[in-house]
Design a binder for this molecule. Structure first.
Ligand code: FAD
Ligand code: DHB
Length: 406
C-alpha cells in the first residue's frame, strides 16, 4: 500500500488530521489498533475550546456538536462552601466553551472520513515504524494473520501516550519532562437531569470535585481519589456521600443522585516530549504531551497540534516550502507549554495534597479568592480556559483560520 501521509492512531488527533488533509486533497491512511466500536465508546474528555469548535464547524463536522453540545459562557469555582462565577464570555470578548463528549467527536470524524471514502484500518496489531529518517518512511502491521506495509511521504504519530511513535525518535534526541501528581480522578456517568447550568470546580478539605454534564439525561462528575485506589472500594453510596460532602453548598444547593452507569479512575501527570519531529515523523496530541485534566486541555491540544501539522503539510504539497514543517515543534510547543502551565496551576489550586500543611491550604484559598475577585486574575483564567490562540508563521497557506489564530 502507498499513501501520502500514514497516520498511526484514530483518536481526535489522527482522525482530525486525516479529515483536514482530505479537504485539501491530501491522501492518508489511518492505522488504529482498536475496533471502531471501542474508539467510539471510550469515555474521556468533554470540554471543547472555542477554537476547537470553530475548526470542527469550519471543516464541516460540527453539525451534531452544535445540536447536541451544550454551550457554556462561564464556569463556577467553589471554595469554603461558596460558589463564584467566572464569566468567560464577558472576559474574553465573547468566547465560550462547548461541552460535547470526546467519543461523540470521534463518531462524527469517523463518519465523515468513511463517507468520503477515507481509509481507516481498525484492529491493526504490532504496528511499527521504519525508515523514518529516509525519504520513504513505512508503517508495518499485522491484521487477521497477514503482514502489511504502508509506504508514505510522512508519518503522523497520533497514537497516544503509550503508542510506538514517540519511541521511534532516538532517545538521545528526546528531551522528556514530566511531573506525576499524587492525585487521581474517579469519573462517573450518572442518569440524572443536569445539576447546574455550568461546570462547578470545587476545592474542599476532603478533596477536589467537579460537576460536569453530558446531556439532559446523563451527567459526568469527578472526585479526587488516590491514583492507586481500586474502583471496588467505591460503591455508589460512597460516591454520592463524597459528592454531597464536597459539593453541596450553604445556599441549599445539592448534587442530584441517579443510577451510576459508568465509572473509572485515571492517574494524573504532566509530560512534554521536546522534540515533536524526527526525519519524516511528526508526533501530535497525547503521543507528545499529557496534561492533568483539570484545565480540560488534552483533547484541545491534540486538535491544535494537527491544525499546525495540516497547515505545514498543505504548504509543502502546494508550494514545496517546508517552513511550517521545519518549525512544527517550535510552533506547537509555545502553546503546549502555556496549556501545561494552566493545567498545572488549575490542578495545584484545586486539589488537596496530603503532604501540604494548613499554610499551603490557606495559600490555595487566597489564590482562589484572588482569582474570583480580581478582574485581571479572572480574565487570565478565562482566556486560558476558552483556549489561547495559535500563531502560525507564513500564513499564505493557512486553512480555516478564525479564533485559533491571532
Ligand atoms: P488518543 O485519544 O489517546 O488516541 C490515540 C489512538 O491511538 C487511540 O485510539 C489508540 O487506540 C491508538 N493507538 C495506540 N497505540 C497504537 C498502536 N500501537 N497502533 C495503532 N494505534 C494505536 N482530557 C480532558 O481534557 N478531560 C478528561 O476528562 C480526560 N479524561 C481522560 C481519560 C482517560 C482514561 C485518558 C487516557 C485521557 C483523558 N483525557 C482527558 C485526555 C484526552 O482524552 C486526550 O488528551 C485525548 O484523547 C488526546 O487525543 P489523541 O488523539 O492525541 O490520543
Ligand atoms: C470534563 C473533563 C475535564 O477534564 C474538565 O476539566 C471539565 C469537564 C468532562 O469530562 O466533562
Amino acid at each position: 500500500m502507498r499513501t501520502q501521509i500514514g497516520i498511526i492512531g484514530a483518536g481526535p488527533a489522527g482522525l482530525m488530521l486525516s479529515h483536514l488533509l482530505h479537504l485539501q486533497g491530501i491522501e492518508t491512511i489511518v492505522i488504529e489498533k482498536r475496533s471502531r466500536e471501542e474508539i467510539e465508546s471510550t469515555i474521556r474528555a468533554g470540554v471543547l475550546e472555542q477554537g476547537t469548535v470553530d475548526l470542527l464547524n469550519a471543516s464541516g463536522v460540527g453539525e451534531r456538536m452544535m445540536k447536541e453540545g451544550d454551550i457554556h459562557q462561564g464556569i463556577e469555582l467553589q471554595f469554603k462552601g461558596k460558589r463564584h462565577r467566572i464569566n468567560m464570555q464577558e472576559l474574553t470578548n465573547g468566547k465560550k466553551v462547548t461541552v460535547y463528549a470526546q467519543h461523540e467527536v470521534i463518531k462524527d470524524l469517523v463518519g465523515a472520513r468513511l463517507q468520503a471514502g477515507g481509509k481507516i484500518i481498525f484492529n491493526a496489531e504490532h504496528v511499527s515504524l521504519h525508515d523514518i529518517d529516509t525519504g520513504e518512511p513505512k508503517i508495518r502491521f499485522r491484521k487477521e494473520g497477514m503482514n502489511y506495509e504502508v509506504a508514505c511521504d510522512f508519518i503522523a504519530g497520533c497514537d497516544g501516550f503509550h503508542g510506538p511513535s514517540r519511541q521511534a525518535i532516538p532517545k538521545i534526541l528526546r528531551n522528556e519532562k514530566q511531573k506525576v501528581y499524587p492525585f487521581g480522578w474517579l469519573g462517573i456517568l450518572t442518569q440524572t437531569p443536569p445539576v447546574n447550568p455550568e461546570l462547578i470546580y470545587t476545592n474542599h478539605e476532603r478533596g477536589f470535585a467537579l460537576i460536569s454534564t453530558r446531556s439532559p439525561e446523563v451527567q459526568r462528575h469527578y472526585l479526587q481519589v488516590d491514583p492507586n485506589d481500586d474502583l471496588k472500594n467505591w460503591s455508589g453510596d460512597r460516591i454520592w456521600t463524597e459528592l454531597h460532602a464536597r459539593v453541596d453548598s450553604e445556599d441549599g444547593f445539592k448534587v442530584k443522585e441517579g443510577p451510576i452507569i459508568q465509572k473509572n479512575i485515571v492517574a494524573m501527570r504532566s509530560f512534554v516530549c521536546e522534540t515533536m519531529q524526527y526525519g519524516r515523523l511528526f508526533i501530535a496530541g497525547d503521543a507528545a504531551h499529557i496534561v492533568p485534566p483539570t484545565g480540560a486541555k488534552g483533547l484541545n491540544l491534540a486538535i491544535s497540534d494537527v491544525y499546525v501539522l495540516s497547515n505545514g503539510l498543505v504548504q509543502f504539497y502546494q508550494s514545496g516550502k517546508k517552513e511550517i514543517l521545519c518549525r512544527y515543534s517550535e510552533i506547537c510547543l509555545r502553546r503546549i507549554w502555556k496549556a501545561q502551565r494552566f493545567s498545572n496551576w488549575m490542578t495545584t489550586i484545586l486539589h488537596r495534597d496530603v503532604n501540604h500543611s494548613s499554610y499551603e491550604y490557606q495559600v490555595q484559598l487566597a489564590e482562589l479568592d484572588y482569582v474570583t475577585s480580581s478582574n485581571a486574575a479572572s480574565t487570565s483564567l478565562a482566556e486560558n480556559y476558552v483556549g489561547l490562540p495559535l500563531e502560525i508563521p507564513d500564513n499564505n497557506s493557512i486553512i480555516f483560520s478564525e479564533s485559533l489564530l491571532v
